[in-house]
Design a protein around this ligand. Structure first.
Ligand SMILES: C[S@@+](CC[C@H](N)C(=O)[O-])C[C@H]1O[C@@H](n2cnc3c(N)ncnc32)[C@H](O)[C@@H]1O
Length: 271
């Protein structure tokens, strides 16, 4: 059995569930990007850093039986989950492999399109990753990326220092594992250097208000991730308690809101 390679947020049951909920909240934005990039029936699409494959199944429905979706992810656990779901649902146009997208040796000119959502922000050398994906695309194929361009600019209202403290600890842990929570801003220039013509740059910003799925989205992230930061010494236990107490207040406060960390959607087409 392959050794499990966990990214900074882990690959346990909580993360598996969080990613599923996250896709339910963000899937519409993915579909819009795929349409803008011309993804459609009969194509071969690579789902880069597919995780447990929540977006991969939507892509497989989009390309239909004449097309194919291939997922690649570092995590043997996530890929095991995806393969199990492919088998259980009897889906014939999907495959998945465990691997590092940078070193996996994806076959050249073999995909009509590729999609990476919240993956490049965790890769220590995102330019090498973009180059590997660009190589795997056929000329004219599109690489669609949705990723944070300035994670630290996430906002909550009313403001409170405990929120910024928690976000700073998240960013420190993330960078400590070689990721870049601002990677989106560097992507267009990176794509151009890797032989992709940037055909679309779209900022994405969303608001969540208590009681909505968009409000619950960051909470599921903080629930999963902050306790580990306390164990790792990046956040004090009392700081986490203060954060939780404030969150409970915001939850009950008419007019409280959350603004998602600025994201960019970037599409690059292979020359
Ligand atoms: C936040 S999850 C996003 C999963 C999926 N793209 C989605 O939007 O639901 C990030 C994923 O990137 C994967 N990942 C990180 N670095 C990778 C690499 N170098 N090669 C392949 N997968 C990677 C992680 O294992 C994890 O499953």
């Amino acid at each position: 059995m392959a050794e499990e390679r966990e990214y900074v947020l882990g690959t346990g049951d909580d993360e598996l569930a969080r990613l599923g909920f996250q896709h339910a909240v963000w899937g519409g934005y993915a579909a819009e990007a795929w349409e803008a990039a011309g993804f459609g029936p009969g194509q071969r699409i690579l789902d880069v850093g597919c995780g447990p494959g929540y977006a991969s199944f939507d892509l497989a429905r989009l390309v239909g039986r004449a097309g194919h979706v291939h997922g690649i992810d570092l995590s043997a656990r996530f890929i095991g989950h995806l393969r199990g779901a492919i088998e259980a649902r009897g889906v014939g146009n999907m495959s998945a492999e465990v691997g590092d997208l940078v070193t996996a040796g994806l076959a050249a000119d073999s995909f009509d399109g590729a999609y990476a959502r919240w993956v490049l922000c965790f890769v220590p050398d995102p330019e090498a990753a973009v180059r590997a994906v660009a190589r795997a695309l056929r000329p004219g194929g599109a690489f669609v990326v949705q990723d944070y361009s300035q994670y630290s600019a996430v906002q909550i209202a009313p403001e409170h220092p405990s929120f910024h403290r928690a976000v700073a600890a998240v960013v420190e842990a993330w960078r400590g594992r070689g990721g870049d929570p601002h990677v989106g801003a560097a992507l267009p220039a990176m794509m151009e250097r890797c032989g992709l013509e940037v055909t679309r740059i779209r900022p994405i910003s969303r608001v969540g208000r208590p009681g909505t799925a968009m409000w619950k989205w960051p909470r599921t992230f903080f629930d999963n991730f902050l306790p580990g930061l306390v164990e790792g010494g990046l956040l004090g236990a009392e700081e986490l308690a203060e954060f939780d107490a404030r969150w409970a207040e915001w939850e009950r406060l008419p007019g409280a809101f959350f603004v998602s960390p600025p994201m960019l959607e970037v599409v690059g087409t292979k020359r």
